[in-house]
Design a protein around this ligand. Structure first.
Ligand SMILES: [Ca+2]
Length: 384
């Protein structure tokens, strides 16, 4: 990892100082954590319902966005990335939810350091207590509808469930993000979804775009780019979607936003074409509509589905720290000036990703597959 520049260090120091001031200024409640405090994002009272957008500093430090209140980690004039986690089975009773910190996991550090150093706000829209279901399909339903098999019940740490609002998780996140982007002037809003969270990203993208069209949000709040990380879709018709499949509904949204609103879609598949551990709809049709990259990880065994499924997240977020990977070994040499001479990654320019989205080719991880860092990765072209 690169050493922090002195500027970054100053900023980090400032953020820590500000957070110390804010923490000191907030009375500590013994019954629940005050929403606008700066906290460790996974240190909340899991017997209370907590959802919405948290903006992050380093190492899990985050502040929930509350309309009308300043947020130390959100500047409305900066590029903004919002991440959507997936299925969260059993996380609540273990007092856990996902953050950007992988210091004890697959990557050696906070994955969004490079993003913040490059001028991004980074946030997570949490829907973890809704997503904590024993069956994936029950969490999937909540992405789209409050009228699914479990309605909008939410998990408590004690193992019971609370009765939720009559609003889907997708709309709850769209509402929370819209509140933050009320006066947004940043040059990009990017939505990033993992697994079932890819469905969240697609649903929220449509809702935010509609609100821009209705003049409820500034034009900058239309998602410019949507990143789908090992996206998961289940099979079968869903009564809460007029008997359509979730993957079918997602394709309709992607087609519309691509064709009519200029939204860029990229996808990264890391768990393999045949070993998708969900009772899944592989949804190749959707992947072909995007700038589609297949990631490989020879340090995992073929049966390590969970690890491979997570890989797309840390690989993509980490890739912001490096120049985009070159395309090599192609039968027809790609001219370096070509818009597709570089593989998609978090750091790859929009125009290149758009060109790949609109091409008939996908990129396949070629070299560097035996090390976790994206820094040594190269890619090759194949037909989508
Ligand atoms: Ca590598």
């Amino acid at each position: 990892m690169k050493a922090l520049s002195s500027f970054s260090f100053l900023r980090l120091t400032l953020a820590l100082t500000l957070s110390g001031i804010a923490a000191a200024a907030q009375p500590i409640s013994t019954t629940r954590i005050i929403a606008s405090s700066i906290i460790q994002a996974d240190q909340v009272d899991y017997n209370q319902l907590d959802h919405g957008v948290y903006f992050f500093g380093n190492n899990r430090q985050a502040q929930k966005f509350v309309p009308g209140q300043a947020n130390v980690y959100f500047d409305r004039s900066k590029k903004t990335m919002i991440y959507f986690h997936g299925w969260q089975k059993d996380s609540t009773r273990n007092s856990r939810r996902e953050t950007f910190d992988r210091s004890q996991g697959n990557a050696p550090f906070d994955l969004t350091t490079a993003w913040r150093n490059s001028g991004w706000n980074v946030g997570i829209c949490y829907w973890n207590q809704f997503a904590d279901e024993q069956e994936v399909k029950d969490a999937e339903a909540k992405v789209w509808s409050a009228a699914g098999p479990r309605a909008m019940r939410w998990a408590k740490r004690d193992g019971s469930f609370g009765t939720g609002p009559n609003i889907s998780a997708g709309t709850l996140c769209a509402n929370a993000i819209a509140a933050a982007l009320n006066n947004f002037t940043g040059s990009q809003l990017r939505l990033v979804g993992h697994s079932l969270g890819s469905q969240m990203a697609i649903n929220v993208a449509q809702q935010l775009s509609d609100r821009v069209d209705a003049f409820q949000l500034p034009i900058a709040a239309r998602p410019a780019r949507v990143s789908l990380l090992d996206p998961a879709f289940l099979r079968d018709a869903r009564p809460y979607l007029n008997n359509r499949w979730t993957g079918e509904v997602a394709r309709g949204i992607v087609a519309n936003l691509k064709a009519n609103k200029g939204v860029i879609f990229e996808s990264f598949r890391s768990s393999g074409s045949t070993s998708n551990g969900f009772i899944g709809d592989a949804n190749h049709e959707l992947l072909r509509m995007t700038a589609f990259t297949e990631l490989a990880s020879s340090y995992y065994q073929f049966w390590q589905f969970g690890e491979k499924h997570e890989m797309a997240v840390w690989w993509y977020l980490w890739s912001m720290a490096f120049a985009p990977g070159p395309l090599i070994n192609h039968a027809t040499p790609v001219h370096p000036a070509s818009s597709v001479a570089r593989a998609p990654s978090a750091a790859t320019e929009d125009y290149r990703v758009r060109a790949q989205m609109n091409s008939s080719l996908k990129t396949l991880h070629a070299a560097g597959t035996n090390s976790k860092t994206p820094q040594d990765d190269t890619f090759d072209f194949f037909n989508k």
